[in-house]
Design a protein around this ligand. Sequence first.
Ligand SMILES: *[C@@H]1O[C@H](CO)[C@@H](O)[C@H](O)[C@H]1NC(C)=O
Ligand SMILES: *[C@@H]1O[C@H](CO)[C@@H](O)[C@H](O)[C@H]1NC(C)=O
Ligand SMILES: *[C@@H]1O[C@H](CO)[C@@H](O)[C@H](O)[C@H]1NC(C)=O
Ligand SMILES: *[C@@H]1O[C@H](CO)[C@@H](O)[C@H](O)[C@H]1NC(C)=O
Length: 270
Amino acid sequence: MFAFVSLMVLAYAQLVSTENLNTTGYPSRVRSIFLLAGQSNMSGRGGVMNGTWDGVVPLECQPKPSKVLRLSAGLSWMEAQEPLHRDIDVNATCGIGPGMVFANSLLNLNPRIGVIGLVPCAVGSRMGTKISEWGRGTYLYNQLLRRAEAAAALQAGGRFRIRALLWYQGESDTNNPQDASLYKMRLERFFTNLRADLRLPELPIIQVALASGQGPYIDAVRQAQFGVHLRNVKIIDAKGLPMEPDNLHLSSPAQVQLGDKFAHAFAATG
Ligand SMILES: *[C@@H]1O[C@H](CO)[C@@H](O)[C@H](O)[C@H]1NC(C)=O
Ligand SMILES: *[C@@H]1O[C@H](CO)[C@@H](O)[C@H](O)[C@H]1NC(C)=O
Ligand SMILES: *[C@@H]1O[C@H](CO)[C@@H](O)[C@H](O)[C@H]1NC(C)=O
Ligand SMILES: *[C@@H]1O[C@H](CO)[C@@H](O)[C@H](O)[C@H]1NC(C)=O
């Protein structure tokens, strides 16, 4: 009996390590689904220099086969490996983001969280994405919704397996005063619409407060982010995290810190 079980575990481990894993056979493995959305710093540019990723994966971002999965662009679960957004943010070179660290750190904080399924949906592309590009009905919004629903549909327990949205965006809204002043309204509407469309009105959301941005209206956007007073929306701060030499993106060590902050913030939601 024990040998048989070991064999099954081995067979599963081999299945999981295959790219484009077809999960039809074990739909209820993933216990906790997390949606990752926003722009380049969520997608991940740690270790990217001149359009090339250096391939360095920090210890904290190493894969945990069979414990951390990611939903591929083709909507199947596969072993999660950096760069998490490589088949989603396809017009940019992706590197280290906060997602893997988040999952590994959360497993340490709360081993009972079970198998984690990460659903990468952030798109930074070359120019970044503004909050207006994430409004209901847009390409990015629809993709996020479609991927969230697909991930939930693969699991017994359905959409209640979706535990939180991790959101890091706003840098592209710091360029002009109109975008900055409309930011709070657009952000709240985005959160509210997404919760309604997922039929998860209490879905926990953890957002990141910008440290700086692409334009001069950083403080206005930060204020808007801190001004969101919807239930179950938490904020963590990117201020003080180290940047890449391009001075535009968070470095891999910064992403390790940020992913850990995400995990602590989520663990504190109880
Ligand atoms: C996944 O596997 C099931 C059962 O083996 C099969 O019916 C289905 O077509 C497969 N799906 C894909 C996308 O390969
Ligand atoms: C990146 O490009 C700049 C300007 O072309 C160059 O000075 C620098 O050496 C390059 N860095 C790497 C790591 O290739
Ligand atoms: C990538 O670029 C192509 C061509 O400009 C565009 O059609 C597509 O929407 C872009 N995809 C993403 C994810 O940015
Ligand atoms: C990445 O995040 C940092 C910290 O918030 C910010 O200064 C930077 O502008 C962001 N980069 C981009 C390209 O959005």
